[in-house]
Design a protein around this ligand. Structure first.
Ligand SMILES: Cc1cc2nc3c(=O)[nH]c(=O)nc-3n(C[C@H](O)[C@H](O)[C@H](O)COP(=O)(O)OP(=O)(O)OC[C@H]3O[C@@H](n4cnc5c(N)ncnc54)[C@H](O)[C@@H]3O)c2cc1C
Length: 408
């Protein structure tokens, strides 16, 4: 078999790399070891961010490792260009808080549209096929070997794009082509909370909360957004965002949660005074339920040690202070991150020194291009990971096609 470009891995990086290479006129195959391309995305519950609706410089500021490296790929294919592309593919999006871009459809529906688009661009996709070797002659790429249903096939080509994500098999292929792999570590991960005061409402999603990370009484970081109360800990956008700081901090840190981040503490106190003067016989639980879901209000009262039949009129000054403390700074006993297997994003991967940041081509193995999570790039939470995967994929696809056609 002979092709211009072979793409290894059918995640977002591989898909966008293959589509671009094919659109540039290169005969392109994409080889994916699972049953389908972007299978993790297809199976997701629907809360996956496709990108972040921000300017390039802001996106770069959210890249915690490899920000400089990402300059050219983000210039070539910015979030704005991705939004236009998504519209072209027929994937409607919703933008929450003016920045977080989610697919409007279920992820399974969006995944089908991505696949149809890939075929439309002229990419031949081979699934259930694992690439087991990359061949070289005098250091330069000459092809790949893949195994599908126990049958081994060799493909000759002059450009290979490796987009195998953070999995070990891709790193093995890279080591075999003389690349250095930096140690893998989690960069966005749920957090373990012991004896959580919120334990009774595990399974609840708090759509808007703010988390604070403290060290020595000083604020180290904070993050606002969704907090999911999961068995043994917390997950969700705000948690994944804050987890980057938790993982970076070597000193002992404590965590607290603000359950009413949109409300100023002083304004809350004033509103409470007004409500008590107007409805002094109402229970404090009833009054609190005007600010916050009742099951969360229940927990707040329990945490503040206030019997929930207490009326507004009988609430003491001490109880009122405890109430504010439980709402705006409820301490959570953070014991660490969940294991790396549960990470939403990893750091580590192919050392960037070996890769040309303008082309994604390896200096060590000419004709080999890298894209996506296989590169040692790490980001904050917010849709930046997929954007980086897609931007590096587009860049690699464009240059790989030109290389294969001898016009680079
Ligand atoms: C649960 C979860 C939720 C996430 N949510 C978000 C989010 O909301 N927003 C965001 O920006 N990021 C999110 N991420 C991170 C995001 O998924 C990654 O940054 C992105 O998928 C990286 O794309 P990629 O193409 O580089 O790698 P991957 O998506 O990992 O794709 C690599 C592909 O290569 C294939 N492969 C590997 N080795 C071989 C081989 N030898 N032969 C053939 N095929 C091979 C794999 O099967 C895989 O399909 C999430 C991650 C997880 C785990």
């Amino acid at each position: 078999m002979k092709r211009d470009v072979v793409v290894i891995g059918g995640g977002f990086a591989g898909m966008f790399a293959a589509a671009k290479a094919a659109l540039e006129g290169a005969s392109t195959i994409l080889i994916e070891q699972s049953h389908e391309t972007i299978s993790w995305f297809e199976q997701s519950s629907g809360s996956e961010l496709l990108t972040n609706n921000s300017q390039r410089l802001r996106v770069q500021s959210k890249i915690t490792k490899g920000a400089e490296f990402m300059e050219t790929p983000l210039k070539l294919f910015s979030p704005n260009k991705l939004l236009i592309q998504l519209e072209g593919i027929g994937i409607p999006v919703k933008i929450i808080g003016e920045e977080f871009v989610y697919p409007m459809d279920k992820c399974s529906v969006a995944a089908e549209k991505f696949r149809a688009w890939l075929a439309h661009c002229g990419v031949q996709t081979i699934v259930d096929a694992e690439v087991t070797a990359i061949s070289r002659k005098d250091g330069t790429i000459t092809g790949v070997t893949f195994v599908q249903h126990e049958k081994t096939t060799a493909v000759e080509c002059s450009a290979v794009i490796l987009a195998t994500g953070g999995g070990n098999r891709g790193f093995d292929l890279l080591r075999e082509t003389d690349h250095v792999i930096n140690p893998i570590a989690a960069s966005q991960v749920p957090l373990v909370i012991e004896n959580s005061p919120l334990e009774k409402i595990t399974g609840t999603t708090l759509p808007d909360a703010r988390l604070y990370l403290w060290a020595d009484g000083k604020k180290k970081a904070d993050a606002r957004g969704v907090v999911k109360l999961i068995p043994g800990g917390i997950d969700g956008g705000a948690v994944l965002d804050l987890s980057t700081s938790v993982l970076e901090n070597s000193e002992a840190c404590t965590l607290s949660i603000d359950l009413l981040p949109g409300v100023d503490e002083g304004a809350f106190d004033k509103d409470l005074t007004t409500m008590i003067s107007e409805k002094g016989t109402a229970t404090i639980l009833e009054l609190l339920a005007t600010f916050i879901p009742k099951k969360v209000a229940d927990i707040i009262l329990e945490h503040a040690d206030i019997p929930n039949r207490t009326t507004g009129a009988t609430l003491t000054g001490k109880q009122r202070k405890a109430l504010r403390g439980s709402i705006f700074r409820m301490d959570l006993n953070l014991t660490g991150p969940f294991p790396i297997e549960q990470a939403a994003s990893i750091a580590g991967g192919c050392d960037l020194a070996a890769i040309n940041p303008d082309t994604m081509e390896s200096y060590v193995a000419p004709g080999l291009f890298l894209a996506g999570d296989v590169l040692d790039i790490a980001t904050r939470w917010g849709g930046y990971s997929i954007q980086c995967a897609i931007s590096t994929g587009r860049c690699a696809g464009q240059v790989a096609a030109a290389t294969a056609k001898g016009i680079a």
